[in-house]
Design a protein around this ligand. Structure first.
Ligand code: ATR
Length: 267
């Protein structure tokens, strides 16, 4: 029996219990998966209580991914690079921290949307936690280059420098985006939370696949992409299901099928 949970604040609208229940049914693994509202500032205590009660693993969402990174005793390469943890496995007395966000995005692009990243030019918008969490798995697919553009240029530059050892990266301010062809634009900014749109030249979307990490609503970025001849406009629902699948596999060793779940949730 796997006693699992997701911790966040807020947490009410999390789709994770539903997704993991479907995975459990599919794979025949017996799990219990609950939503846990952790008070801000009290995540560590709540997580420790869950483990004392027999918790074998948990997901961590906003705003606790950095605190989850801090409580982990061991980190996977992805978690280390992301500087944040969204999945913890309890292994004896040790907490193993993983980050499946980037794997989730990469799998949604490659397996579900049929987009190979090899040799492609990628442009990430934003240089905060969400951007940091996805860069390593993208670079591991050998894109031609990965550009990071951010409203505050210095943050994009330092993030690009940090990841330069894994592949060809460069960072700059949004105003420096050139209208040269980009294959895939990934919106990792939090602009949509304020119903805003990052200031990107319209021509950038022309012929590009535009992927927003947000899901559950059509963002301004998605509307902009549609209006400016993107060849495909995608929200982050597939990534959500894929990161859940990677977490499920990390805990149970069983790989669930995701396509039917994505279709079900998209209804
Ligand atoms: P998250 O963990 O969601 O990435 P974050 O670390 O606060 O949140 O980072 C938010 C990112 O969205 C930042 O890159 C931010 O740009 P700044 O570094 O200049 O603050 C970006 N962002 C937020 N609102 C934006 C907007 N209206 N236009 C462009 N970028 C925006």
């Amino acid at each position: 029996m796997h006693k699992l949970a997701v911790f966040g604040n807020p947490i009410e609208h999390s789709l994770s219990p539903k997704i993991h229940a479907i995975f459990a049914q599919q794979t025949g693994v017996y799990i219990e998966y609950s939503k846990q509202l952790a008070p801000i500032g009290d995540f560590k205590q709540v997580a420790q209580d869950f483990i004392k009660q027999g918790g074998t693993g948990f997901n961590i969402t906003v705003p606790f991914k950095i605190q989850a990174f801090e409580i982990a005793d061991e980190l996977t390469k992805n978690a280390q690079a992301a500087g944040a943890v969204n999945t913890i496995k309890v292994q004896g007395a040790k907490l193993i921290g993983e980050n499946t966000d980037g794997i989730g995005l990469m799998r949604d692009l490659s397996a579900n949307l049929g987009v190979s990243l090899q040799g492609k030019t990628l442009l990430i918008i934003g240089a905060g936690g969400a951007a940091r969490g996805i860069i390593l798995p993208l670079l591991e697919q050998n894109p031609k280059r990965l550009m990071i553009a951010n409203r505050t240029a210095s943050k994009a530059i330092s993030l690009a420098n940090e990841f330069a050892k894994y592949g060809k990266t460069c960072g700059f301010g949004l105003e420096k985006i050139k209208p040269s062809p980009v294959d895939i634009i990934i919106n990792a900014s939090s602009a949509a939370l304020n119903n805003e749109m990052p200031n990107i030249p319209d021509e950038t979307a022309n012929g590009a696949i535009c992927y927003d990490l947000m899901y559950g609503k059509t963002t301004k970025f998605m509307q902009w992409a549609q209006a400016n001849n993107a060849i495909k406009v995608v929200d982050g629902l597939g990534m959500l299901v894929e990161q859940a699948a990677a977490s499920f596999e990390f805990w149970t060793g069983k790989r669930p099928m995701t396509m039917a779940v994505i279709k079900e949730l998209a209804k």
